[in-house]
Design a protein around this ligand. Structure first.
Ligand code: PLP
Length: 384
């Protein structure tokens, strides 16, 4: 069913038993990553086996961490369309511009991928109460999957989060608490309450399985491009789960012989008001120092400090990619262009990828004849 073998710390390399619940590495406090027996997978699983499987991320079943099918908590997440952006492309002189539209996921964002996996695995390993700090989309996704799993959900959100996010969580029956602060403040409070009450904390990269859900974006890209990969992937980065996950997926597929050596350049986009990753990349740092006074309308990008910063920076460097900050004005323009030119009502974070593409074309960092994928990570409908 699953080739899952164990957990391994992404920083110190210590290994751990995957049959019990873990948060971060008990030795160094960094994120744990899920490992599989890819030698065995290479022998007995082929790309052709995927043909005709369910049109959701569960088509990559053996490379996902859930052991027993009974524990899968699914709402049909993943396998989102890869849209050929012909009108935006024409405006920019590009023939091969694509948008992976994650707004079509359950709960309207790609957070569904990660939380579906985290909740399925939490159920499998015996958790019955879960908690999350969230700028909005992660909370909605967790609350939905927790409802479906019959678990109690606790949500800590910044008090300035748009109303639709709060209404959504409440509708799923979550206990919603508003914190006067940023996502990092919510994280501190969620952690304290988790310790006190015995709740399982599913914060970004503080549990190992959200990355496994998000890595399926990498598998889907390969499958949708008929087992080649684009030249460039542009990804709006907060905690970095998706970028880290896709990079992990590419490496898994290479080890199974599903794709060749050519990997995309990974571009991380942040907002000018909160850009710890571009700053750390430019300074040649291994870790990204916390960003002071973080502000941007793109709530998913308002993450002043990410626990997986070194994994994000590593993926960008290994891929020969880059990181770039765009202004709120430019990301809003990108958002309107995606809607007006392609019929995709993107979230502001998604709009940021188009703004970043335009800036990188201007700077000759991307050539117009390259194949480029923009990630629209969520629907624009929740941002009034
Ligand atoms: C959470 C979020 C992001 C950032 O995702 P990470 O994988 O944590 O970097 C981007 N866009 C939207 C809409 C989000 O909800």
């Amino acid at each position: 069913m699953s080739y899952l073998t164990h957990l391994e710390c992404g920083y110190c390399g210590s290994t751990f038993d995957a049959t019990v619940l873990h948060t971060v590495c008990p030795k160094c406090g960094k994120p744990l990553l899920v490992r599989y027996d890819l030698e065995e997978a290479k022998k007995s699983l082929s790309r052709d086996d995927l043909v005709g499987r369910v049109p959701s991320l569960w088509r990559y079943r053996e490379l996902l961490p859930v052991s027993d099918d009974q524990n899968i908590v699914s709402l049909g997440e993943g396998y989102t369309p890869l849209i050929h952006a012909t009108r935006s492309g024409a405006r920019l002189g590009m023939e091969k511009l694509f948008i992976k539209d994650e707004g079509l996921n359950p709960t309207g964002s790609f957070k569904a991928r990660g939380l579906c996996m985290a909740i399925s695995r939490a159920k499998e390993l015996g958790a019955d109460e879960v908690v999350i700090p969230s700028a909005g989309n992660a909370a909605g996704a967790m609350s939905a999957y927790a409802a479906r799993a019959g678990m109690k959900a606790h949500v800590f959100m910044p008090s300035d989060v748009p109303l639709p996010f709060r209404m959504e969580c409440a509708a799923y029956g979550a206990d919603v608490r508003l914190i006067d602060g940023l996502i990092t403040d919510c994280g501190r409070e969620a952690h304290a309450q988790a310790e006190k009450n015995g709740w399982f904390d599913v914060s970004t990269l503080k549990e190992p399985y959200r990355v496994e859900g998000k890595k399926t974006m990498g598998y889907e890209l390969a499958e949708q491009f008929n087992w080649t990969l684009p030249d460039v992937v542009i990804y709006p980065t907060g905690g970095g789960t998706g970028l880290i996950g896709m990079w992990k997926a590419f490496s898994e597929m290479q080890r199974m012989g599903w794709i060749d050596d050519k990997l995309p350049r990974m571009v991380s986009v942040q907002a000018e008001g909160c850009a710890p990753i571009p700053r750390a990349l430019a300074a040649g740092e291994e870790f990204a120092a916390p960003w002071e006074d973080a502000h941007t309308v793109a709530a998913g990008l308002r993450v002043p400090q990410a626990i997986g910063d070194f994994l994000i920076l590593r993926a960008i460097r290994e891929s020969d990619g880059t990181a770039i900050a765009v202004s709120d004005e430019d990301l809003s323009t990108g958002q309107r262009a995606m809607a007006g030119e392609e019929g995709i009502f993107a979230c502001p974070e998604g709009g940021a990828t188009l703004a970043a593409l335009e800036a990188l074309l201007d700077r000759d960092k991307i050539s117009p004849d390259e194949t480029v994928v923009l990630f629209n990570t969520g629907t624009g409908l929740k941002y009034p």
